[in-house]
Design a binder for this molecule. Structure first.
Ligand code: ZN
Length: 165
């Protein structure tokens, strides 16, 4: 396993919609292990393949931070459910920016595991938020894109040039 280099804004890899995983090869499983190791090395609770420059619809999450409770999801599709929630979010690819983001309170996620077998997850709370954050990464979207315009303007004034794209 190895800790991979995390792409930071304004790197173009963060802005491209990722390709679906078509073959669940040893390389893809190795990438999943490296994503987990990289996520833990940076004390994160989620990491998506485009953040390490890999063009694949694959991410790992572990909101509990408990070993053995990791989720590895490929080719996800997200169905927003009832309610709204918000949390102050950060991102390993957007250093030094923390901002409250409004998202769906509950979601249903359909995807596959590392063998290509379908998985379905009903999530609420922190897991629902993290899943939405990671699926955004696979679509080339960052949490700062979801902030109101005046908040983005403020971040730009503070010198975070990368928030307006
Ligand atoms: Zn992120």
């Amino acid at each position: 396993m190895s800790v991979l280099e995390v792409r930071l804004v304004p790197h173009g890899d963060l802005r491209r919609p990722a390709r679906p995983v078509e073959a669940f090869t040893d390389e893809v499983r190795q990438l999943a292990r490296d994503l987990l190791e990289t996520m833990y090395a940076h004390d994160g609770i989620g990491l998506a393949a485009p953040q390490v420059g890999r063009d694949l619809q694959l991410f790992v999450v572990n909101p509990s931070r408990d070993e053995g409770r990791e989720l590895v999801i490929a080719n996800p599709r997200l169905i927003p459910g009832q309610g709204r929630t918000s949390l102050v979010e950060g991102c390993l690819s957007v250093p030094s920016v923390w901002a409250r983001v409004r998202r769906a309170g509950r979601v249903e996620l359909q995807g596959t595991d590392l063998t290509g077998r379908p998985v379905g997850i009903q999530a609420e709370g922190l897991l629902a938020i993290v899943l939405q954050h990671e699926v955004d990464h696979l679509e080339g979207r960052l949490f700062i894109d979801r902030l109101p315009w005046w908040r983005r303007q403020y971040l730009r004034m503070k010198g975070t040039r990368t928030v307006c794209v």
